[in-house]
Design a protein around this ligand. Structure first.
Ligand SMILES: [Zn+2]
Ligand SMILES: [Zn+2]
Length: 351
């Protein structure tokens, strides 16, 4: 065991503050990583404030962060895929049982024994796992991703959660070339959805309640923007979409978006509002439409996404901050005042 510098919250009301945390010495299968950048995800904030207490109560002190990019510093004797100096990433998971049907189907995120990157029981040290707001992390080789060297590393970090969350459902839906794809909401998730849909050759339409987001949506790759509060605009596009990715975590009328789908169209949810949706059966019956959900993605498809991003030069749009400004960043995150993700420069932790 060794100590690593980190930022943690001591209680549900405490701000994040400088501390040290224990990390295990690498086992034969482990990779030790010096963290260079860590993205700030909404899940970090929900967990710190114990807002998901009914599903995953928070254990304090809590060190969030699951959009991790870094450089390998040490590897265990049995590690074959990585060597010191390699650029790597770690996302929302650091372990699983490797044997269940979900693991065998390469969707480890649904493993009943999955270990999430933070606030999950730590099989090695006891207590809970600590995330990426830290100078280093030690992770099983199977949960470490290769990062293409040509990409801006600050912008790569959010790919590990926001990126794979939007990539996975679109890939699962099939070939989107020439298809009409809607992205509801233009935040951390939505802006990645737009970039991917465009790269897949789809006709990309952003639904937003903010008309002032139009220019940015077009810059990110959208062909068109629909202001969802404008009934005329919505009516013009009714029944015309093949696929819609709904990234909104606030309460909203899902039936309005189901009405945008054409025959056999699908709407996939990746946001999680607190209250249940009221879904009209008729909105699904007419046109044989489907409604799905999706949660991050497996390790294999996360690697496919990173490789694709390397080939197509895709990264998240980020505002890089020193870790000393992370509490302020959270306040801004609540107001959606970021384009489109904060990425913490971990060199600031050394100062
Ligand atoms: Zn996340
Ligand atoms: Zn499993």
């Amino acid at each position: 065991m060794y100590n690593a510098k980190a930022y943690s919250a001591a209680s549900v009301t405490a701000p994040l503050a400088s501390t040290t945390i224990p990390r295990r010495e690498p086992t034969p299968r482990d990779v030790q990583i010096e963290i260079l950048f860590c993205g700030v995800c909404h899940s970090d904030l929900h967990t710190l404030r114990d807002e998901w207490s009914s599903i995953m109560p928070t254990t304090y002190p809590c060190v969030p962060g699951h959009e991790i990019v870094g450089r390998v510093t040490r590897v265990g004797s049995a590690v074959t895929g990585f060597k010191p100096g390699d650029l790597v990433g770690v996302g929302c998971m650091v372990d699983a049982d490797h044997t269940c049907p979900s693991c065998q189907a390469n969707v480890e995120q649904f493993c009943p024994d999955v270990t999430f990157t933070y606030n999950a029981p730590d099989k090695h040290l006891g207590g809970v796992t600590y995330g990426g707001y830290s100078e280093s992390i030690v992770v099983d080789e199977k949960f470490v991703l290769r990062v293409p060297a040509n990409l801006d590393l600050a912008g790569v970090a959010p790919l590990l959660c926001a990126g794979i969350t939007t990539w996975s459902p679109m890939r699962r839906w099939g070939d989107l070339t020439g298809k009409k794809v809607g992205v509801v909401g233009l935040g951390g998730l939505g802006h990645m959805g737009v970039k991917f849909a465009r790269a897949f050759g789809a006709r990309v339409v952003v639904f937003t309640t903010s008309p002032n987001k139009k220019d940015d949506a077009l810059r990110l790759g959208a062909h068109e923007v629909i202001v969802s509060t404008d009934a005329d605009q919505m009516h013009q596009h009714a029944g015309s979409f093949d696929f819609i990715l709904d990234t909104i975590s606030a309460e909203h009328d899902i039936n309005a978006y189901l009405g945008m789908l054409g025959l056999d169209g699908n709407l996939t949810l990746v946001g999680a509002p607190e209250k249940p949706y009221a879904v009209s059966a008729f909105a699904l019956l007419f046109g044989r439409k489907s409604l799905s959900g999706s949660l991050i993605g497996g390790i294999r498809e996360t690697q496919e996404m990173l490789d694709f991003c390397g080939e197509h030069n895709i990264t998240a749009d980020v505002e890089v901050i020193p870790i000393q400004r992370v509490n302020e960043a959270y306040d801004r995150l609540v107001r959606s005042d970021v384009k489109y993700r904060f990425s913490i420069d971990m060199a600031s932790l050394k100062g």
